[in-house]
Design a protein around this ligand. Sequence first.
Ligand code: GDD
Ligand code: MN
Length: 364
Amino acid sequence: MLKVLEVLGATIAILHFAIPLTYYLIVRRWYTRPWNVSVQNHTPEVTVVLPTYNEEKFIERKLENVYEQEYPKDRVEVLIIDSASTDKTVEIAKLWSEKHKDLKVKIIVENERKGKVHALNHALRYVDTDLVVIADVDAFWDEKALKEAVKWFCDGSIGAVSCIKTAGSKLESEYRRFYNVLRVGESKMHSTPIFHGELAVFRKHLLDAIGGFSTDVGADDSHAATRIALMGYRAIVSDDVLVTESVPKSGYLAWRVRRAQHLIQHFAKVLRMDKRQADKRFRKILAVETYLHLVNPWILVFSCALLALSAVHGSILAIGLLLSALLALALRSFRTWIFYQIFLVLASMRNLWTKDIAWSKQEK
Ligand code: GDD
Ligand code: MN
């Protein structure tokens, strides 16, 4: 019996690491290949939607950040959709826009806060350009970011484009190092199911076709992109579209768990969708990413439980494996991986009682 437990525990542990590692190695080969999309300079009119809830600390800097983009100002309209902020966000935005008449800024104030996805859907009703750019107020674009993101749309197969993020803390940047390779590699294969709301550009008619942003999925960005990719268009994260995002000063765990929760909601919903129209490669990407987010973290929990049980009953193999895992935590990439698995496990449990569609912000 002990033998069965320890062998099962060890096998499951191996699977937990081998599947993502193999996937990473496959995607990394794509990461270094060229894009098979031809791009030219392309600067159509765009609407930049800035959802805000109590962003007095960042709104002015974000408006400056859009203002300073290497993009023709007369082809940009900023649409601030504020969900009844209780601070000075709206006043600051109004004042700023009065001083910068050369950039069109429209401000819509909702009378109650329902959450970001609701606000985005509300904003879409006011968009009359073919491209919609969604942005977070507390993340800052490289000055070429908008131009680099929009250029892809001269190719009709591209339905949505997002950025790569650079981050402050060590844990966060180690995670990003692997993560960005996956996003860009998957995009080169066809599409990535994970997008970044810090800068995400969509064709408006495709957002309309999917009925706007799903109100029961917190990961508005990833979910919309995936649904567009399921229609056969490409949803890509491009490595020349750069955004800097700072990490919250406190509440890092809550921040990561909430984002993980939103991703889990996204993958769980996509699982039930019709994927027949989708490209074969994207279907595979989606299957692996769904597995990695919904199943693989639990496999780790399960194998640890089996190994711990075997260790208690004197299994040398189990004790050895558990001790080596503890020692391996000294390695930053291993630690980053394990933390992410913990975030995902906590997130799936937390999803049982709250979806956190209107979340409380972690201060940056
Ligand atoms: N209008 C409106 N209404 N805007 C909101 C609301 C709301 O109820 N809640 C949050 N926002 C705005 C924030 O003001 C900010 O501009 C943006 O949405 C992102 O919110 P943050 O609180 O900064 O969250 P984050 O940094 O963790 O955001 C990331 O995760 C989200 C999903 O968990 C990004 O990837 C977001 O794009 C993503 O939606
Ligand atoms: Mn943010």
